[in-house]
Design a protein around this ligand. Structure first.
Ligand code: NAD
Length: 440
């Protein structure tokens, strides 16, 4: 998250927003603001981003020191559930010639995260990159092809389009952001088009071949089995992530797995006594805040305190333009769930309130998107909250709090929300679900 994930990507997304705003104002002065055409020095942007990562890294180091934790830098390989060997790092992995240091423990916590899934037909190279290398480029690619229209692909597609790249996204499924409901993905799709991003769905990369303007081009097969070539300077492959457990010596422990993920119980215990696992290693959602919350549960459990990872929801945010935030169930996921009859035995109430009727959204000149609420029809208990629109990521905390507190529609509807804020749309959506809409 801190070194190669959330933080660097959000820094670049912010810089890209600033760049686009400056370019827009230079092209079309508005609100009385006039600018000269801006110029991007990507190497400086990356150095600024590295500064933020460095500051936060120092903060984490200081926290560890203050807590009295000993930090060893190196590559760990497990010998069993109580011992591992740590070797210093060489260029691309452990330095196998170096003498390893053996570490013994009573409790072992595995938190090695995940790595980008490579595509067999398009291996990583100088020009075919994962998000880690894309976030370290010092020259802006003129033509960027993004393979995969999930979180990573679309966040970085939006950012690089705003920085000035020509971006094409190739997605195998019939629509982008399949983890979100159709209408949310449609609003994001419109946002992509507004940024000039070309989105090819039902499309599969076959490999590379000679291009029309470049030495290399991507060969893409479309749904009707016709094919096309896409010239590129760089390709981002963002087709998912898999647990980073291959060179850890995990086989020695023979832990139970769920598919590729280490299976854990409600206190993040694996199938081996005193061995715990958290984060991407343990499956979806692969989100930093889930790993952090799991870590707290493990620390409490090891310390002999009562603890359980028993959350009503883990909110998720996609930092595209517009942003998407969701917590709890969505209407489409609930309808498709085998548990629907247990979760909402008497059906559901749902309503959407559009940002085009929200004062704050209009003052930011961004009126696309909506807030959606989902609640049980009988007792109005909230089951899910989501939004798509500019700046909606900041609604995540309130959404999660409402669901964890067991709030119902009336709680949202009769809480005084500050005016003018985007949050008023949450109140209005709840009023609408109760059949008492304030604005039609
Ligand atoms: P993803 O699963 O979100 O999306 C991958 C996309 O690639 C899917 O739409 C899939 O249909 C498509 N795909 C798969 N194979 C393909 C192929 N051969 N050709 C074309 N398309 C193909 O994966 P991601 O974007 O790599 O993200 C990985 C993880 O990182 C996610 O689980 C997410 O939770 C996490 N993440 C979170 C955030 C955030 O919270 N803001 C941001 C980035 C990543």
């Amino acid at each position: 998250c801190l070194n190669v994930g959330c933080i660097p990507s959000k820094a670049i997304i912010h810089a890209a927003d600033e760049m686009m705003r400056a370019r827009e104002l230079a092209a079309r002065p508005s609100m009385g603001i006039q600018l000269d055409p801006p110029r991007l020095e990507l190497a400086q942007t990356m150095a600024w981003k590295d500064g933020i990562v460095g500051t936060l890294g120092k903060g984490v180091k200081a926290l560890l020191e203050r807590a009295g934790a000993r930090v060893m830098h190196g590559h760990a390989r497990l010998l069993d559930g109580k011992r591992c060997e740590v070797r210093p790092l060489a260029d691309n992995g452990p330095d196998d010639d170096a003498e390893p240091i053996r570490v013994h423990c009573e409790h072992l916590l595995l938190a090695t995260g995940s790595r980008s899934v490579p595509l067999a037909e398009l291996p990583f190279s100088e020009t075919v990159l994962s998000s880690t290398e894309l976030l370290a480029l010092t020259e802006l690619p003129q033509k960027l092809v993004v393979v995969g229209a999930g979180y990573i692909g679309l966040e970085l597609a939006c950012a690089f389009a705003k920085l000035g790249s020509e971006v094409t996204v190739v997605e195998a499924a019939e629509r982008p952001l399949t983890q979100y409901d159709t209408e949310h993905a449609r609003v994001v799709g419109a946002g992509l088009r507004a940024l000039g991003i070309e989105l090819l769905c039902n499309a599969r990369v076959q490999g590379t071949g000679p291009g029309q303007q470049r030495d290399q081009a991507l060969q893409v097969e479309l749904a009707d089995q016709s094919s096309m070539t896409l010239d590129f300077d760089r390709v981002l492959v963002a087709v998912g992530r898999r647990p980073a457990s291959d060179d850890l010596g995990l086989d020695e422990l023979a832990l139970d797995h769920d598919g590729p993920f280490v299976r854990v119980d409600e206190v993040c215990r694996t199938s081996m006594r005193n061995v715990y696992a958290i984060g991407d290693l343990t499956g979806e959602p692969m989100l930093a805040h889930r790993a952090m919350a799991q870590g707290e549960v493990v620390a409490a459990h090891v310390a002999g305190q009562p603890a359980s990872f028993d959350k009503v929801c883990i909110p998720a945010v996609c930092f595209t333009d517009p942003e998407v935030v969701s917590a709890g169930w969505s209407p489409e996921r609930l309808a498709a769930s085998a548990d629907a009859a247990r979760i909402a035995p008497h059906g559901v109430k749902t309503a959407r309130f559009p940002f085009k009727a929200n004062g704050r959204a209009l003052t930011m000149a961004r009126g696309s998107g909506f807030v959606e609420v989902l609640a049980r029809a009988d007792n109005h208990l909230l089951l899910g909250l989501s939004a798509v629109g500019t700046g909606v990521s900041e609604l995540a905390g309130g959404f999660a709090l409402a669901l964890e507190m067991g709030a119902c529609l009336e709680d949202l509807a009769h809480t005084v929300h500050a005016h003018p804020t985007l949050g008023e749309a949450v109140q209005e959506a709840a009023l609408k679900a109760l059949g008492q809409p304030l604005h039609g």
